[in-house]
Design a protein around this ligand. Structure first.
Ligand SMILES: [Zn+2]
Length: 519
């Protein structure tokens, strides 16, 4: 098992407010990093903002503000939102930081000196939205597929990175490492893109003349140009951990993984590995790619006004419920649909009825039949062994699924233990057994089994719903449980000390009635 773990979100572009898509990406990274920390691995969570390029200038001009001021405004908005949602990032990087600028210039100079950058004239179809020249593949009826606007014809003298030099190597790398790009559908997509880019010569334009764009990092070898925004942005993954000679750089880079939405697959799967190759670095271990969130079965867009603010969701339902929904409802890699009805349905079924009920029944009965203290168990029988077996399977399964970047599958494994514990409680019926002289001796074991199952559920759930997990542990009287604890040992059966003082508490996840809500 690896000793360290480094996972990045993309840096978010500073021309819009954080919405459901950004939130999902950041929440998955937060969950993964929390999990690896729980395994005792040295972990690093990098996020931040991408602040250069033409789209920022467009917004600035429309508002009569400076590009710097627009970038500052949106960058703060992202950081404040993640802070308010409790995301546990280690570093929030901004591409306008002086330190990032000098890393980018150092890399440009190095690639230039190695003869991998060439200056020449180019004519093509340019999309301002994408900030790049488009290929025929990007066009639908003569319009940019992503921006639904017609590209402009542009001729420019520019600098080109000869990334095609590295395509044979990259193809072999992808073939040799089947899980480099995952899930697999995106790997196949990248191999197809590579063949297409190869046919086009494999050059990447990495400059913009200052005459029309000066909001960027100046090329160290030509003061009349700034660096293309993608070439600048991707390098944040190195700057963020102290490239080139920071004390943690080598360790974290060796364990690097990226997490992105599928719209930025090409820059991450083709531009970035070839750039790294040109400066002598290995590519990241994994490029994890997720699908899109639709809202009420429609594509998320500014014009539809269905962006879904995470702060509004927090206010309405509590952020952990929203977070749970995002992690549970999207099969990683595929598109998924959000609606408040679906969210409320998940809350009521999984959280209120299932997990919430297990918590309240277990703790109410511990109060009633064991004076509120976790009892000492007597011997285990078949039904107890069954719960223990499901708990052991859950711990192992969560590990497999988290390392394969399948958070929704990990949650399924945790909820299999919730289900098994509820079934067990129905089978043992401690509320009846307590009144039956012959069965009363069994009640302590039943309550112990439920409390211990809850402890393990809370530990496994803590990366997904940190506050709810803390609250369950607090009610079990073991709030310090996660301090210095390491999976899998911390979740092995029998960890809860008999005698722990438990607390009943209010319902952990109140049911939501959507009709009452909308009145
Ligand atoms: Zn476009």
């Amino acid at each position: 098992m690896s000793e360290s773990f480094y996972l990045t979100t993309p840096i978010y572009y500073v021309n819009a407010e954080p919405h459901i898509g950004h939130t999902y990406t950041s929440v998955v990274v937060d969950t993964m990093v929390r999990y690896h920390r729980l395994c005792g691995e040295r972990s690093f969570f990098l996020t931040g903002t991408d602040e250069h390029g033409e789209k920022v200038l467009e917004v600035a001009e429309a508002r009569g503000q400076s590009a710097r001021r627009v970038a500052e405004h949106y960058s703060n908005l992202f950081r404040q939102t993640w802070d308010e949602l409790g995301l546990s990032y280690d570093r929030f990087i901004r591409t306008t930081e002086p330190g990032h600028k000098s890393v980018v210039q150092g890399i440009l100079q190095r690639v230039y000196d190695a003869g991998e950058i060439e200056f020449r004239e180019y004519e093509g179809k340019y999309c301002v939205g994408c900030e790049r020249f488009l290929t025929d593949r990007d066009l639908v009826d003569g319009r940019c597929r992503d921006h639904e606007r017609a590209p402009e014809k542009r001729t420019e003298a520019n600098y080109f990175f000869k990334m095609g030099n590295h395509f044979d190597w990259l193809t072999r790398h992808i073939e040799k490492h089947p899980d480099f790009i995952r899930p697999e559908r995106y790997r196949n997509e990248v191999l197809a893109m590579l063949r297409e880019e190869s046919g086009l010569g494999g050059d990447l334009c990495i400059s913009r003349p200052k005459s029309r764009l000066d909001w960027g990092i100046e090329l160290p070898f030509d003061e009349n140009y700034v660096c293309y925004v993608w070439f600048d942005a991707l390098i944040n993954y190195l700057t963020g951990i102290g490239y080139p000679d920071g004390p943690d750089f080598a360790e974290f880079w060796a364990s690097a993984e990226h997490l992105i939405a599928k719209d930025i697959l090409k820059p991450h799967a083709i531009f970035w590995p070839t750039m790294l190759r040109a400066i002598g670095l290995e590519p990241a271990r994994h490029l994890n790619v997720h699908g899109y969130w639709n809202v009420d079965d429609r594509k998320v867009s500014k014009s539809l006004g269905n962006m879904i603010s995470p702060l509004i969701m927090k206010e309405k339902y509590g952020f952990e419920v929203f977070r749970y929904f995002l992690l549970r409802d999207m099969a990683f890699g595929l598109d998924s649909n959000f609606s408040e009805e679906l969210l409320v349905g998940r809350n009521n079924a999984d959280l209120a009825n299932n997990l919430g009920n297990l918590v309240s029944r277990s703790l109410n009965m511990t109060k009633r039949f064991a004076n509120g203290r976790v009892p000492e168990p007597t011997e285990s029988e078949g039904p107890e062994s069954e719960v223990i077996a499901v708990a052991e399977r859950a711990v192992a399964e969560v590990d497999v699924q988290m390392r394969a970047m399948r958070p929704q599958r990990a949650l399924e494994a945790i909820f299999a233990l919730v289900d098994a514990s509820n079934r067990y409680l129905e089978l043992r019926e401690p509320w009846k057994a307590a009144k039956d002289a012959e069965l009363a001796g069994r009640v302590d074991t039943t309550l112990y089994t439920c409390c211990e199952a809850l402890r393990i559920i809370a530990i496994l759930l803590s990366p997904f719903m940190p506050q709810s997990a803390d609250e369950i542990l607090r009610r079990l009287g073991i709030e310090g449980e996660l301090d210095g604890a390491q999976l899998p040992q911390s979740a092995s059966w029998g960890g809860i000390p008999p005698g722990s003082p438990t607390t009943k508490g209010a319902p952990l996840f109140p049911r939501v009635d959507l009709d009452a809500e909308s009145e």
